[in-house]
Design a protein around this ligand. Structure first.
Ligand SMILES: [Fe+2]
Ligand SMILES: [Fe+2]
Length: 509
């Protein structure tokens, strides 16, 4: 990914804060969702713009089928959000294959599942990448022994994706389309093994659109059409494939699908009569939905984003942020780690220290956050705050090594909230740190690395919550979060290393 603009002094300035209570300008939902779909592309290991290009392909099918505007609108969001559940199986895929999920997902995407030899070869090539032959064989045999594994992986992704679409308020046809995305015409698909017309029409369109896009990106229109022809009647509805084959000579249209301005083009495809605007409450819902997508990426970061948002707002309330700043801070907290979907779970979930390359991969995630959020006009006012959540006052943070005078109060609050959440969160492999110990660690960093007023604000907020609960800290909920630490000895995983200020705090307490 080309990262050509960093959120330093010389790049995109912070948007001026809107006065509290100001009416938000009209924001098109299509603009927000299509921009955030880039995060889904990253998770799937697909070239950026995959979802948008698939949307262009699928919408042409919908139009040629004569769908009315209401159905076209439902199809439009199904195409953009088809991979909303993709982060939920990334961790298991990485563990199962012993490889980078972002490397193997696209490899498995081009395999024709009906061709058993091809499937076995692709599975072998994806198993234990970079490992010894013996280890690779162990992974390969492990996968082969688990008959239900493909069904389970796809079911997890479909269930989660459909659930997110439902909670965003999209119609049942959109939800159902995402749920049956990977069903095949001949009944060999997943998760339900549905066959022919039993597969929702929208799902049949989504499957053709996503496959055509993958091979279009790989080898151009001829390659895409060849694969559709080969899988006609097996993977795909023959009538729909015939429609796409009819576009063979429409070279200018195919060129438009891969053109740099396709992201502007896709905005014109939402039927204007049913085009949806989004208000502040709607934007919050979108941010909450994508926070779930982010946190689903790793089982070790359950509820991290929502907890960070809550702590950052607790700090903001304590130091007197105005209403507009509070709203931006909450959204920044929810989305600060959206770039993490671009990091392999082999690294995020690694049980032990990271090597230099792995550490560099982890430390790139704020850049992805900036790259994704900075493109969404509705999110531009907090994209910088979100992306700078690992920076420190003395310039020792990452990735931009900004200094204190480049970090405003909301950014400083988010930095403190992120570390506190990481320290105190219970994780499957260790208990969270007790509140008082976590606060003591933050206190050690005050002045040099962390803004002392933000640390004090967090401590005051936590203290107030604790007093409200009768003074119990350990093993008790504090500041409203889901889990609390118990102070048991703890070990580290790759994902911890980006948060914890001093390596010596990682030794058993
Ligand atoms: Fe982060
Ligand atoms: Fe974080």
């Amino acid at each position: 990914m080309a990262i050509d603009q960093l959120p330093g002094e010389d790049s995109r300035p912070l948007a001026p804060p809107a006065p509290a209570g100001e009416t938000a300008p009209r924001i098109a939902l299509s603009e927000v969702v299509s921009s955030l779909s880039r995060a889904l592309d990253l998770t799937e290991g697909q070239p950026l713009g995959h979802s948008v290009r698939a949307c262009v392909i699928g919408m042409r099918l919908g139009a040629e089928l004569g769908m009315d505007d209401e159905r076209l609108a439902a199809l439009y969001y199904a195409l953009l959000l088809k991979d909303a559940g993709c982060s939920s199986n990334a961790s298991r895929m990485a563990a199962l294959f012993g490889s980078d999920d972002q490397a193997i997902k696209p490899q498995m995407k081009v395999v024709d599942w009906d061709q058993k030899m091809q499937l076995a070869l692709a599975t072998w090539q994806s198993s234990g990448q970079s490992a010894s032959i013996f280890t690779r064989m162990q992974y390969f045999l492990g996968i082969a022994r688990q008959e239900q594994v493909t069904q389970e992986l796809i079911a997890a992704r479909c269930d989660r994706g459909a659930d997110i679409a439902r909670r965003l308020g999209f119609p049942n046809e959109t939800v159902g389309a995402i749920h049956s995305l990977d069903e095949h015409w001949n009944g060999n698909g997943y998760p339900g093994g549905k066959r022919g017309d039993d597969i929702p029409l929208f799902s049949r369109i989504l499957n053709i659109a996503q496959t055509a896009e993958v091979f279009l990106a790989k080898g151009g229109p001829d390659e895409a059409l060849k694969v559709l022809r080969e899988r006609r009647g097996r993977w795909f509805d023959p009538a729909l494939v015939d429609l796409v084959l009819g576009w063979r000579r429409d070279r200018s249209w195919w060129s438009g699908v891969v053109a740099p301005d396709v992201e502007a083009h896709v905005l014109t495809l939402e039927p204007s009569v049913s085009a949806r605007d989004v208000d502040d409450a709607g934007l919050d819902r979108v941010a909450e939905a994508f926070a779930e997508i982010i946190d689903a990426k790793s089982p070790f970061t359950y509820a991290h984003s929502s907890n960070v948002a809550m702590y950052a707002c607790a700090i903001g309330e304590q130091v007197g942020f105005d209403a507009a700043s509070m709203r931006r801070t909450r959204r920044a907290g929810l989305l600060h780690d959206i770039g993490k979907v671009g990091v392999s779970n082999r690294i995020l979930d690694k049980n032990g220290p990271l090597d230099d390359a792995e550490r560099a991969a982890v430390q790139a995630h704020p850049i992805y956050t900036w790259e994704i959020l900075g493109r969404v006009p509705a999110f531009a006012s907090f994209a910088r705050q979100a992306a700078t959540h690992h920076e420190k006052l003395d310039g020792s943070g990452y990735p931009w090594k900004l200094r204190g005078d480049e970090l405003d109060a909301p950014a400083r609050a988010l930095v403190v909230a992120d570390i506190y959440e990481a320290l105190t969160a219970n994780r499957p492999y260790r208990a969270g740190m007790p509140v008082d110990k976590a606060l003591a660690i933050l206190d050690q960093e005050r002045g040099a690395k962390l803004d002392g007023s933000m640390v004090d604000a967090l401590a005051a907020s936590v203290q107030r919550e604790v007093e409200g609960r009768g003074g119990v800290v350990e093993g008790e909920k504090a500041a409203g979060r889901v889990d609390r630490g118990t102070g048991a000895p703890w070990s580290i995983r790759g994902d911890d290393l980006q948060h914890v200020p001093h390596p010596h705090t990682l030794t058993p307490s």
